[in-house]
Design a protein around this ligand. Structure first.
Ligand code: WQD
Length: 334
């Protein structure tokens, strides 16, 4: 099958591209290389394109026809919460506008199936211990809003012209499936801790008085390789022959039910993440405790039953695997 992966030169996208190529799919990557790196895509064809530009629709539609694309995995997006607060119009243009262009090109070129990269950011600060796909969606920043608007747009395309689609709500993605695909520059807890440790500095803990068992925030850390496998399963689900996919969709209800949580179902506190670093490195980790970060929800952990039911997918790796693979990839890069 020929699959388009937008954002395929990025950290998550490159893991997906490598899995798809390994099983023999024809992969075409579309990426603007703003955060992605060409060497990550291996032998896959790479089209460098800015999805937010209006002229991109025509170019993408022609590309989709030329390569006989059967599905798109759309990851290309901006993902920094602080930047989205500072530049909301740009975030909407990039994330929602970019998706609209991809959908227009898919409709023109008759590409029938899509897997969309969404985020647990659509939930904001959940009021329950575990979030299900039916939990309220109240994003707390423009980044999360663009992901929620993206889900609506995908759902509306499904209703309007029968697009087969799934939106995957990622929880906290980290780790490395292959050392060369590790993302050392990411602004998230796991890579930040590693950078502080390598610089001989104590890792920072934002808030130790949250209403959680040890006072630090609890998140659901999912290994990037598990996440990549979830995309492959989602692709096979949406790209199944119409009768199979249709039956599966009917069984699940209307297309509004096209969202799936992708996490482990297990919460880890910031201090537990630091403990995992101490185990992985064999060196005690002494944190520096700071005040709470503005807008940090105390706990965000996925209920994962729906992904198991719909995709037959479940995360196989745990926090120790995530931290071990991150440390290993960093050492390999030296
Ligand atoms: C995790 C926890 C911090 C750094 C964000 C986005 C989300 C998604 C992933 C996607 C929090 C704490 C962090 C540090 C710390 N976006 N922390 N010390 O905020 O859960 O999710 O990234 O692309 O939409 O909101 O992830 O990794 O920033 O933080 O104590 O040096 O670690 O307070 O509790 P977050 P994170």
């Amino acid at each position: 099958m020929t699959v388009i992966v937008t954002g395929g030169a990025g950290y998550i996208g490159a893991h997906i591209v490598r899995l798809l190529a390994a099983r023999g799919d024809e992969v075409v990557v579309v990426d603007d290389l703003s955060a992605g790196r060409a060497e990550r895509v291996g032998d896959a064809r790479l089209e460098v394109a800015d999805l937010a530009a209006d002229s991109t629709v025509e170019r993408l539609a022609a590309l989709f026809v030329e390569v006989g694309a059967r599905a798109v995995i759309h990851l290309a997006a901006r993902k920094r919460v602080d930047e989205s607060v500072a530049r909301p119009t740009w975030y909407y243009r990039q994330n929602v506008g970019g998706l609209a262009h991809v959908l227009e090109a898919m409709e023109q070129a008759d590409v029938p199936s899509l897997v969309f990269s969404s985020s647990a950011a659509v939930y904001g600060a959940p009021g329950s211990a575990l979030v299900t796909e039916a939990s309220p969606t109240v994003p707390m920043n423009p980044y999360g809003e663009t992901k929620l608007a993206g889900e609506w747009l995908v759902r509306d395309a499904a209703r309007a012209w029968g697009l087969a689609c799934l939106s995957l709500r990622y929880f906290n993605v980290a780790g490395a499936g292959w050392d060369d695909l590790h993302d050392p520059a990411a602004q998230n807890l796991v890579p930040l801790v590693l950078r502080r440790l390598r610089a001989g500095l104590p890792p920072l803990v934002f808030g130790s008085d949250h209403p959680t068992p040890d006072g630090t925030c609890v998140r659901d850390y999912v290994h990037v390789l598990d996440l990549a496998h979830a995309h492959v399963a989602a692709l096979d689900h949406v790209a199944a022959p119409a009768d199979v996919a249709g039956a599966a969709r009917d069984a699940e209800g209307p297309p509004a039910d096209h969202v799936l949580n992708i996490g482990t179902g297990v919460g880890s506190s910031v201090l537990e993440v630091l403990d995992a670093f101490a185990v992985a490195t064999g060196v005690p980790v002494v944190p520096e405790l700071l005040g709470r970060r503005v807008g940090d929800p105390p706990q965000v952990v996925a209920a994962v039953d729906r992904a198991v039911d719909v995709l037959g997918w479940r995360a196989e790796r745990d926090l120790a695997d995530i931290v071990r693979s991150t440390v290993r990839a960093e050492l390999a890069a030296r």
